[in-house]
Design a protein. Structure first.
Length: 307
């Protein structure tokens, strides 16, 4: 081809006339390929940059239905390739943070999905997300701590508008994972982070007939196995079910993770420093938390031993 046709290398050239419906179908097909090739470690290296370029071209330039399809695809890339997404999605996640904090995305569904995606990234590779925030700070002439703090405040502010239960749990898991960080942005917001965790715990927790606490989104292995063996399931259906076995939303109990991270937080700050932080949390909130933590550890973790 002549030099005048060099624009054919850009992702948008062949897709620009597809419209939202066509783009949604395209990204759903790409999503299916990501899931089907989940066991191929070379997939992200071979195809990741092309997928990232297509996502970047359209994520904030289509109707919200199309954007949601793209965000679901990105979520699966991060989940399936936890050691490979960083090299191809760095600029895209920088654009996501910019859209949230600088452009101030106004569509609540897109905002919630973007925050859930960043929660996924935080769980998979917190250092990567912090590096994105640092780059964002450099570009906008801010301190990295200010950018991190603004993002945390947005998570806090938007939790109530998240209607998707999986997104809410991702956010709860991410917030719990932050608690041990010896970072002023976290310690200054310790109370609200605990409040968020409690709110999500109420969403996802239930009790057996014997009164045993369990996380309703954690799928028993027997249920997953039965669905995998279903004769009517397609190969793609089975691959999707397999994702549940390592998706934290469906494999990690929030109440157990919270107890573990509170223990780590105490180790980080020392018992006196930790109890000082915990006592910034309203007594009513701590009393509600009591039922979600191991009974032997709860008084110490919730600083009731000092009250």
């Amino acid at each position: 081809p002549s030099s005048s046709s060099s624009t054919t290398n850009t992702p948008s050239t062949g897709l620009i006339d597809m419209g939202t419906d066509g783009l949604m179908k395209l990204f759903r097909i790409l999503d299916a390929y990501v899931i089907v090739f989940a066991s191929d470690p070379g997939f992200i290296e071979k195809c990741g940059s092309v997928i990232a370029s297509a996502c970047s071209s359209y994520l904030f330039d289509v109707k919200h239905e199309g954007a949601m399809s793209i965000l679901e695809l990105l979520d699966h890339l991060v989940l399936i390739f936890p050691l490979g997404f960083q090299c191809v999605l760095g600029d895209l996640f920088l654009a996501v943070v910019h859209n949230l904090l600088v452009d101030e995305q106004t569509n609540s569904m897109i905002t919630s999905s973007c925050l859930a995606l960043l929660s996924r990234v935080l769980l998979q590779d917190s250092s990567f997300l912090l590096s994105v925030l640092t780059k964002m700070a450099t570009q906008t002439h801010q301190e990295a701590s200010d950018v991190f703090g603004r993002l945390l405040d947005l998570w806090v502010d938007k939790l109530d508008s998240m209607s998707n239960l999986q997104h809410r749990k991702l956010t709860g898991l991410a917030m719990a994972s932050l608690l041990p960080l010896p970072d002023m942005c976290v310690t200054m917001r310790f109370e609200v982070i605990i409040n968020m965790c409690l709110e999500v715990l109420h969403d996802v927790s239930d009790y057996t007939e014997d009164g045993v606490l369990f996380d309703a989104l954690v799928n028993p292995s027997s249920n997953a196995s039965n669905q995998l063996q279903n004769a009517d399931s397609t190969e793609l259906d089975k691959k999707r079910m397999q994702l549940l076995t390592f998706d934290p939303v469906h494999s990690v109990c929030l109440h157990r993770l919270l107890a573990d991270r509170l223990q780590e937080c105490m180790a980080t700050h020392g018992e006196l420093g930790y109890h000082k932080l915990m006592r910034t949390v309203d007594t009513v909130i701590r009393e509600q938390l009591f039922e979600f933590l191991p009974s032997q550890q709860a008084p110490r973790l919730l600083a009731f031993s000092l009250d």
